[in-house]
Design a protein around this ligand. Structure first.
Ligand SMILES: Cc1cc2nc3c(=O)[nH]c(=O)nc-3n(C[C@H](O)[C@H](O)[C@H](O)COP(=O)(O)OP(=O)(O)OC[C@H]3O[C@@H](n4cnc5c(N)ncnc54)[C@H](O)[C@@H]3O)c2cc1C
Length: 443
């Protein structure tokens, strides 16, 4: 069996590695258009911020390591066409420009996503950056360390915009975030996302919400950013207004695309062609509570779905249990995390839902370093099934929301979670943990 993998990062190489462990004698060719395989994109904001952090530390597995495992990665090669009827792909060697065809028995599309570039003038000026690949991060880090950048403007207040704002403010830059919506972190309810705003403002970041980018101006280098509400000087701009699935090259292939242009897949990650799979940021994913496919591009899902594809390519039939959109972000001294449905999602899906918001202490008041933790829990009124939770607070907040993720995934009721036998000792929690307190607050 010959398998072609398109895309050499989380989803693609998880699948390749799993398959190779299961079927030793299969041939696996992984085409990657960039220079790196299997790298931690999630670490990029920290690579940019921390002077001593090196690119190599982000690489999980190198080309020689994959080769030693019997996988054949081919760098600087872009797949520009898929021909499902002939079981062929068209590949372009990006170093020579040469094009050739390659054939497969089974194919995995794992091309990820790329940043949205706003359609305004000036996005091609020097000093305008995105943060998606290692190359992006190197350029951004150089842009900062050259000392030219003093005033940074970040377009977009999602996870990447917020993480970048936090890390750049910590690096001593003057940072402004402009955000089209009226809140940061749209996947959180406003009661929780407002903590991110407060913390960023405490760190000296200026937040401009309900403000739309109109133009980026400068001669060769960015000097000014114009919005619908004003104009700001800036010598570095980071475009962080979301990502879209990298699926343009599939347009005429007959492979069905779904939400936001992501490849439509079933729970075994199969496309509408029997021997073609898709996983990661280029594909839709099943949502456990919504009980339908959604587009939520996250490393957690890319790794799990990639691994499932690896198993299924070997002949198994493993189904993905589903995402809960569980995600976390660090903002200064705060941890923020979410899982399952937000209150606004629960309402829009017509759940008969209610919510509670509690403020608790992470440690007993007598124990040094105790700090507040806020938890919002969303549940179904009649059944008391927990639908989602979000939290903001100090160390341990993300782990508390992980408990909710387990509760939501297992259909737990508020009363069950309120009495769950969690660990307790004063250095770690209160005897009734914030999780218990939130669950028991449900009426
Ligand atoms: C700054 C940043 C921070 C993040 N933080 C988090 C986090 O904290 N938690 C979290 O869960 N997720 C996070 N993510 C998201 C996470 O990185 C992605 O979900 C994950 O990398 C998706 O993996 P993937 O393999 O699907 O796609 P990608 O990582 O995008 O990899 C796809 C690969 O395919 C290659 N490719 C594309 N098209 C072609 C083609 N036609 N031919 C050949 N090769 C091609 C690309 O060059 C790329 O290497 C973050 C992302 C970024 C950018």
């Amino acid at each position: 069996m010959k398998v072609i993998v398109i895309g050499g990062d989380a989803a693609g190489m998880s699948a390749a590695s799993k398959l190779k462990r299961l079927v030793k004698d299969c041939e696996i060719v992984a085409y990657e258009k960039g220079n790196y395989l299997s790298y931690a994109a999630c670490g990029l904001p920290y690579y940019v911020a921390y002077h001593d952090m090196k690119v190599d530390s982000l690489i999980q597995r190198t080309k020689p390591e994959f080769e030693a495992a019997g996988i054949h990665p081919v760098l600087f090669h872009e797949v520009c066409r898929v021909m499902p009827e002939q079981k062929k792909v068209m590949v372009r060697n990006l170093e020579t420009g040469e094009k050739f065809e390659d054939t497969y028995d089974k194919l995995l599309i794992a091309t990820g996503a790329h940043p949205v570039i706003p359609s305004v003038p000036g996005t091609d000026l020097m000093g305008v950056h995105t943060l998606k690949t290692i190359d992006d991060a190197v350029k951004l880090k150089n842009g900062i360390s050259e000392g030219v950048a003093k005033e940074v403007l970040i377009v977009g207040g999602g996870y990447i915009g917020v993480e970048a704002a936090e890390t750049m403010a910590a690096a001593g830059l003057k940072v402004r975030v402009i955000q089209r919506r009226d809140v940061l972190l749209k996947n959180f309810d406003p009661e929780i996302s407002s903590f991110a705003r407060q913390e960023l403002e405490r760190l000296g970041v200026t937040i401009c919400t309900s403000e739309k980018l109109k133009a980026i101006e400068g001669d060769t280098r960015v000097q000014r950013v114009v919005t619908d509400k004003g104009a700001y000087t800036a010598d570095l701009v980071l475009l962080a207004s979301g990502v879209v699935p990298s699926t343009e090259f599939l347009k005429d292939s007959g492979i069905a695309l779904g939400e936001k242009g992501a490849v439509a897949v079933d729970r075994e990650m199969r496309t509408n062609f029997p021997d073609i799979y898709a996983a990661g940021d280029c594909a839709e994913v099943y949502h456990m509570i919504k009980e339908r496919n959604v587009y939520i591009p996250l490393a957690t899902t890319a790794n799990k779905c990639g691994r499932i594809v690896g198993e299924n390519l070997s002949g198994r039939h493993v189904s993905f249990a589903g995402t809960l959109g569980s995600a976390a972000v660090k903002v200064g001294e705060l941890e923020l995390a979410r899982t399952g449905l937000s209150e606004s999602e629960a309402r829009s899906l017509d759940f008969d839902s209610a919510s509670v918001m509690v403020k608790a202490s992470d440690l007993p008041h007598y124990y040094p370093g105790a700090s507040p933790v806020w938890i919002k829990m969303i549940y179904e009124k009649g059944t008391k099934r927990i639908l989602g939770a979000q939290g903001a607070g100090g160390t341990g907040t993300v782990l508390r929301i992980n408990i909710f993720a387990a509760a939501v995934a297992n259909g737990m009721k508020t009363g069950e979670l309120g009495m769950l036998d969690l660990c307790y000792a004063p250095p770690f929690s209160t005897v009734w943990d914030a999780v218990h307190i939130a669950a028991n607050a449900a009426k």
